[in-house]
Design a protein around this ligand. Sequence first.
Ligand code: AKG
Ligand code: FE2
Length: 344
Amino acid sequence: MGDMYSAYIQSTEHRPNFSTFVEVDEIPIIDLSETSQENLVSKIGKACEKWGFFQVINHGVPKDLIIKVENEAKKFFELSMEEKMKLKRDVFNATGYYDAEHTKKTRDWKEVFDFLVKDGIQIPSSDDPHDLGLCTQTNHWPQCLPHFREIMEEYSGKLEKLSYKLLELISLSLGLAGDKFLDCFKNQISLTRLNYYPPCPFPDLALGVGPHRDPCVLSVVVQDDTGGLQVKKNLVGGWVPVRPIPGAFVVNLGDIFQVWSNDKYESAEHRVVLNSQKERFSYPFFLFPGPHIMVKPAEELVSEKDPAKYKAYNFGKYYANRTHADFTKQEDEGKEIHNFKILD
Ligand SMILES: O=C(O)CCC(=O)C(=O)O
Ligand SMILES: [Fe+2]
């Protein structure tokens, strides 16, 4: 294997082992058109407690819109590197095209394109608490694809709406008011991502995305029929595939919900394995709060018997640290929520 690939090689413990297949219950599938809200909330609560992952069907996002997103994403990633590099993401503006993301210091075998739901929002320029500087985040669009922007904006608008519905149901499942967290999203920095995983000549050594937990509130993802997304399930001792279901969205809880729930729910670890023959596309929407929000366990879930398990942290500063770490991954992994854990 030449040096040009060495950045992609996972350490032995993280290499996917294709020979072990874990036979377990399937990740729950939840029908959002179910008329009894009580049943729906109960099913979602169980899925969150057991997996932190579920799939939703009958979610109200039109199928033809998803097909348009798929077509535009394919056209985008087929553009020449020169065209894509015109939209390259940098440390100050974390939107646009990127092909060098690292998860836990190892390069992911993928290309991404990111755009914000709210164009022009400001986030802290650094994680230094004394630095009051802000940087404005602006979306970049490929000029050579005339319908791209309109389709992507429509998609992210629909996913934002679906995320609020899921937020409400998950909040109710924790015994909280359905709108408990809604105010956190006024200046949200939610992001839609297009992921392209090219076929990989050494799928047993590299990963499309290394093992990680999402730093957001929740993620809603469309995946194509290639498969590759897997969830870590310690109880069964391995990685469980999230089977592609045509037209379904995969939903997973992020770190913020883990903190809000005071560890009642877990932000599950997941990864993407590669395929030597087939490319893969996926389109996640990451629901993030505004940068001013202090993330801490919901007071309704904290008591003398069940004290807060996390110290409050400022989301904007946390996000700035993670974004910065993305560009300096070789030395710094960035903060994770366990850094705010209150140890007993
Ligand atoms: O490609 C996928 O299915 C999920 C990717 C993912 O986990 C992420 O981008 O955070
Ligand atoms: Fe993820």
